[in-house]
Write a protein that binds this ligand. Structure first.
Ligand code: CAA
Length: 292
């Protein structure tokens, strides 16, 4: 199947990253969001991230300009339905994703492949509410999308072999590597990564170590590029909590219970970098300051 035009739903951290890598690989990209403000910021956010790649000599200034020229934005969900491949990348809440798919339903071209960048929600369940479960799949990018090599491919129970092989080819065109995961709560990366982060929050909650001690331990003791609490702030504490809840409810095992301290940070609205405060405080000009 010929994939040329990509529709990205959601102009957040992940949606902008996904638009970035598709445009750089030569696809035309239409980004949709309910917020015009978010869409207004999209070109400058992507330009800034492309700048990083230009300044390191990874891409040329001409490739940057061409990529930016391939990206357009719209608040009109109907326009998205005309693209060849849609990557839904809205907030990690099942009712929001279902609402988006139902508002798209009347506008979808017959050939359009529908995918979701969900990090944990059942692909089979999301697909069941659409008119095309065989053309529906999980297409999970990692943050920061322009840097991370992996894309998880998750087949729902009805996903066709053709849909899978088409998306596998798309991943190769993006210069990334695919790993196939069965459709179980949180798939592979987050099944392993988010309980590790939750355990780090328990270590903080129980006083085993401070924020700095925990992050330093895992950076220098396990060679992780970021400590687990720094990584939690980077992913978003609301997303981490949502994924722990999906694991807890979906696998019904108490080993996945979210740490009460993680819940408390989310209830405070301290969601990490995006709100400028989480396990670290990012509001000052200097280095982030641990909040515990
Ligand atoms: N766009 C483009 N390029 C970017 C970028 C962005 N948003 N962010 C970083 N880069 C590039 C930099 O330009 C640099 O490029 P070169 O290698 O060409 O020099 C490279 O990435 C490294 O960046 P920095 O030197 O600025 O910083 P760093 O060495 O500290 O690395 C990091 C930053 C890549 C984010 C690194 O800390 C890291 O890998 N962290 C872990 C990230 C991770 O685990 N992500 C997965 C999260 S889980 C997930 O996403 C799944 C989910 O569903 C929750």
């Amino acid at each position: 199947m010929d994939i040329r035009r990509i529709g990205v739903i959601g102009a957040g951290q992940m949606g902008n990253g996904i638009a970035h890598v598709f445009a750089l690989a030569g696809f035309d990209v239409l980004v949709n969001d309910v917020s015009q403000d978010a869409l207004d910021r999209t070109p400058s956010i992507i330009a800034k991230n492309l700048d990083r790649q230009v300044s390191r000599g990874r891409i040329t200034a001409e490739e940057q300009a061409q990529a930016l020229a391939r990206i357009t934005t719209t608040t009109d969900i109907a326009a998205i339905g005309e693209t060849d491949l849609i990557v839904e990348s809205a907030t990690e809440r099942e009712e929001i994703k279902k609402k988006i798919f139902s508002s798209l339903a009347d506008h979808l071209a017959p050939h359009t492949l529908l995918t979701t960048n969900t990090s944990s929600i059942s692909i089979t369940r999301l697909a069941a509410d659409t008119d095309r479960p065989e053309r529906f799949m999980g297409f999970h990018f990692m943050n920061p999308v322009p840097v991370m090599q992996l894309v998880e491919l998750i087949r729902g129970i009805a996903t066709s072999a053709e849909t899978y092989s088409t998306l596998h080819e798309v991943v190769k065109t993006l210069g990334k590597t695919a790993a196939s995961s069965e459709d179980y709560p949180a798939f592979i990366v987050n099944r392993i990564l988010i309980p590790m982060i939750n355990e780090a929050v328990y270590a903080l909650y129980e006083g085993v170590g401070s924020v700095s001690a925990i992050d330093t331990s895992m950076k220098l003791g396990a060679n992780h590029p970021m400590g687990p609490l720094e990584l939690a702030d980077f992913i978003g504490l609301d997303t981490c909590l949502a994924i722990m809840n999906v694991l807890h409810e979906g696998l019904a095992d108490t080993k996945y219970r979210p740490c009460p301290l993680l819940t408390k940070y989310v209830e405070a609205g301290w969601l990490g970098r995006k709100t400028k405060r989480g396990f670290y405080d990012y509001r000052g000009d200097g280095d982030p300051v641990p909040t515990r």
